[in-house]
Design a protein around this ligand. Structure first.
Ligand SMILES: [Ca+2]
Ligand SMILES: [Ca+2]
Ligand SMILES: [Ca+2]
Length: 221
């Protein structure tokens, strides 16, 4: 009898632990942004250290011109406050270059944002693509893109570079619980003046620049 009760206890404990693990497990394609305001200096503020980080390391196969193990990858952390979404990128890139003529072909990171989560297949007035190259040059596209909405700083290091960016939001209700569409991308110019690899966080096709329907999501916490 005692053995049976002990057995039941173990099963119950295992089931609860499993349920708890499932509850705490991050949902694929859903990023969490904590509330906080970092200093935009390309250095990791204390608050960043407590944020979950997301891997931008999935190659777009048809755009891969180099071995995927040589491809630039990144981790991204997110914060938000009343008027902004912030992203801290730590990029691993062994060969830094901005020799390519097109901004999107230079060593750079891109954040795609669908502020009203309409998931439209074309860009609407709230949708934009924000890009920062490793030297801190800002560019972007999309119906909702305004260069005045983005500020960023960058710093090179031994393994690659860091980008800390602030995006001024205008179409999202910035409060806990709000969800926006989001995607992250790293462009890698490797050894020629052209883009040799694209790494992404969630959707592994090169169409986030024109279609918001396949973005992942960010939830403000
Ligand atoms: Ca900082
Ligand atoms: Ca939208
Ligand atoms: Ca590179």
């Amino acid at each position: 009898m005692i053995r049976f009760l002990y057995f039941c206890l173990i099963i119950s404990f295992a089931t609860n632990t499993w349920a708890q693990d499932q509850k705490n497990k991050p949902l694929k394609g859903v990023a969490i942004a904590k509330k906080g305001t970092p200093v935009l200096d390309a250095k990791m503020d204390e608050i960043w250290k407590s944020c979950p980080k997301y891997m931008v390391n999935q190659p777009i196969t048809e755009s891969l011109e180099i071995d995927s193990k040589d491809m630039a990858t990144a981790t991204v952390r997110l914060l938000w406050d009343d008027g902004h979404l912030y992203a801290l990128w730590v990029i691993k890139d062994s060969e830094l270059s901005a020799d390519a003529g097109d901004d999107w072909a230079q060593d750079s990171v891109e954040l795609f944002l669908d502020q009203n989560l309409a998931r439209s297949t074309t860009y609407e007035a709230d949708d934009a693509q924000y890009r920062v190259n490793y030297e801190g040059k800002i560019s972007g596209q999309g119906t909702g893109y305004d260069e005045a909405d983005i500020k960023a700083t960058t710093l090179k290091n031994k393994k690659g570079y860091i980008v800390e960016m602030a995006i001024r939001t205008h179409a999202a209700d910035m409060k806990a619980g709000t969800v926006m569409g989001i995607e992250f991308q790293v462009n890698d110019e490797h050894d020629r003046a052209q883009r040799d690899a694209i790494a992404k966080w969630f959707h592994t096709k090169d169409d986030s620049w024109q279609d918001t329907s396949t973005f992942g999501k960010v939830q403000l916490k």
